[in-house]
Design a protein around this ligand. Structure first.
Ligand code: CA
Length: 274
C-alpha cells in the first residue's frame, strides 16, 4: 500500500512553482499534503537521527528507514544525542521520551531554544496510553508523536509525512516575495510602499511604485512598453504607450543620482541595470 502513497513531481521546465494537493491515507486519518514543486532535495536522502535506548526498537526502525533510502544514525543516550545534534543537525529526529542521560522532553526544549536547531522536525515515540506525554511533547514543539507499540511501516509513513510538510513549508517561505528590494542604492520597502534613494526617502505615486517594483524584480531584463503597460497598468487599452515614457521620465527624476540605472532600449522599452 505504501509505494503509491506519495508521488514525486519533477520541477516544471519553466521553473514556476505550483502547489499540488495529493490525498493519501494513513491507518488513522486522511491527510492532504501540499507538495510544492520547487527543486527540493529528494526526501530519500534525508538524514534521520534516532534517539532510542531500546536496542531492538532502534534496530527495527533504522532497518525500515534505511530500506526507504534514508541515511540513519542511532544514539541511545539523551546527553550524547543532544551533543551530536548540535554538532551536525539532522533533517529529522525520531525521539524516544524515556532515555538515559537526559530525557526526550529536555532534548526537545533545548533544541527549540536554539535558532540553529529549532527547525529540526521531531517525531516523538511515547509509551502506550501516556496521554500526558503526548500533550507535553506536542506543546514542546514535536511535529508528530507515535504511541508504542507501533508498526515500523507506520513510523516510516509518519516520517515521510513530516518531512513533506517541512519541505513544503520551507519551499513556500523561500518562494515568498522579498520584502525589501535593493538595486544599487535604490531601496524599495514593498510592504511599507517606501522608496529610499541613497538613504533619502523619496515619495512615489502608486503607479510609479508598481513600475519601479516591477523593474527591480526583473532587474537586468528588458521590459517592452507593451509588457509594462499590461503588467503595471493592467491591459488598459485606453492607455497610450507614451504613458510609459512619461512615467519612466518621472521615475528617473525621483531616482536622482541613480536615474541612469533605468536604461532606454531603443525601439523596445526599458531595463533596470544592476
Ligand atoms: Ca526509552
Amino acid at each position: 500500500m505504501h509505494k503509491t502513497l506519495f508521488k514525486v513531481y519533477e520541477p516544471p521546465a519553466d521553473g514556476v512553482s505550483r502547489a499540488i494537493s495529493t490525498p493519501f491515507s494513513t491507518p488513522f486519518s486522511t491527510l492532504f499534503v501540499e507538495i510544492c514543486v520547487l527543486a527540493l532535495p529528494p526526501m530519500a536522502q534525508a538524514r534521520i537521527y534516532i534517539v532510542e535506548d531500546e536496542e531492538d526498537i532502534a534496530e527495527v526502525l533504522s532497518y525500515n528507514l534505511e530500506k526507504e533510502g534514508f541515511q540513519v544514525e542511532v544514539e541511545r543516550r539523551g546527553d550524547a544525542a543532544l551533543e551530536a545534534i548540535r554538532r551536525d543537525p539532522p533533517d529529522l529526529l525520531v525521539l524516544d521520551l524515556m532515555l538515559p542521560g537526559i530525557d526526550g522532553k529536555e532534548i526537545t526544549r533545548s533544541l527549540k531554544r536554539e535558532p540553529a536547531t529549532a527547525g529540526i522536525p521531531i517525531v516523538m515515540l511515547t509509551a502506550r496510553g501516556e496521554e500526558l506525554d503526548r500533550i507535553v511533547g506536542l506543546e514542546l514543539g514535536a511535529d508528530d508523536y507515535i504511541p508504542k507499540p507501533f508498526s515500523p511501516r507506520e513510523v516510516v509513513l509518519r516520517v515521510q509525512a513530516v518531512l513533506r510538510r517541512t519541505q513544503a513549508a520551507t519551499a513556500s517561505e523561500s518562494a515568498a516575495p522579498r520584502e525589501v528590494l535593493e538595486v544599487g542604492r535604490i531601496k524599495l520597502d514593498v510592504p511599507a510602499h517606501r522608496l529610499y534613494v541613497r538613504g533619502t526617502e523619496t515619495p512615489l505615486t502608486a503607479t510609479e511604485f508598481r513600475l519601479l517594483k516591477l523593474l527591480m524584480e526583473r532587474c537586468g531584463r528588458v521590459q517592452s512598453r507593451g509588457q509594462l503597460l499590461s503588467d503595471v497598468w493592467g491591459y488598459a487599452e485606453d492607455v497610450d504607450s507614451r504613458t510609459v515614457d512619461t512615467h519612466i521620465r518621472r521615475l528617473r527624476r525621483k531616482l536622482g543620482g541613480e536615474a541612469e540605472r533605468i536604461e532606454t532600449i531603443i525601439g523596445v522599452g526599458y531595463r533596470l541595470r544592476a
